[in-house]
Design a protein around this ligand. Structure first.
Ligand SMILES: [Cu+2]
Length: 226
């Protein structure tokens, strides 16, 4: 999760998240390169006091270079970005289906596989009843328990207004729209607890409907849920 001195993205739990993180790093490196190059040119101009190029009035080579290089930069950002988008949206075969329903102002989860019926409401734990070491406005009374290393199909919808089910350490954010079912797939590579928050302004308690997901192995999952 995000801590007080976090500067970059959170540690990722799934492959899509890791890819997002790498893409972010790449974009930042590219930005830094452009910024440094630009500042060097400006500094050179100020240093020499030479703000004009009088030697020639046109150059085909220069025009070619200053068109192709930015185009190449944009292309190198666009292609991985598109690939990532398709990769995120890809719905492959799943081991489990989870239904997420946004309410004003809590989340409810349903898992109806394996003959069991899990249906739970997940409310934020109020600050005054937080356990020691609990995270304020992130802890919930019923956390969602899911199996790691398995493809989970997530169906997200809402019962009242627009919400958004977001898990930053999964590189994931799905809008919850009333009357619509949005699909996303989820796969955690390791066990752990991850937090998220509603990411669509949904009313007065928008900040107080956190998401807490625990990834455990299959045996623990079956024991705790079914
Ligand atoms: Cu909301």
């Amino acid at each position: 999760m995000s801590m007080f001195n976090s500067l970059l993205l959170q540690d990722m739990y799934n492959l899509v998240g890791v890819e997002c993180y790498l893409f972010h790093d790449y974009a930042m490196a590219l930005l830094l390169l452009i910024l440094v190059g630009f500042l060097l040119i400006m500094w050179g101009m100020v240093e020499t006091g030479n703000y004009y190029v009088n030697k020639y009035s046109f150059s085909n080579m220069l025009e070619f270079v200053w068109t192709v290089i930015p185009a190449f930069f944009l292309f190198s950002l666009g292609v991985p970005s598109l690939c990532l988008m398709y990769y995120m949206e890809g719905a492959n075969s799943s081991d489990l289906t989870l239904k997420v329903i946004g309410h004003q102002w809590y989340w409810s989860y349903e898992i109806n596989d394996f003959g069991g019926e899990v249906s739970l409401d997940s409310y934020m734990t109020p600050t005054k009843s937080l356990p020691i070491g609990g995270y304020r406005t992130l802890e919930v009374d019923n956390s969602l328990v899911l199996p790691m290393l398995s493809n989970i199909r997530v169906l997200v919808t809402s019962s009242d207004v627009l919400h958004s089910w977001a898990l930053p350490s999964m590189g994931m954010k799905v809008d919850a729209c009333p009357g619509r079912l949005n699909l996303m797939s989820l796969m955690s590579m390791r066990p752990g607890v991850i937090f998220g928050q509603c990411s669509e302004i949904c009313g007065v308690n928008h900040s107080f409907m956190p998401i807490k997901v625990e990834f455990v192995d299959w045996v623990t999952f079956l024991k705790s849920n079914l």
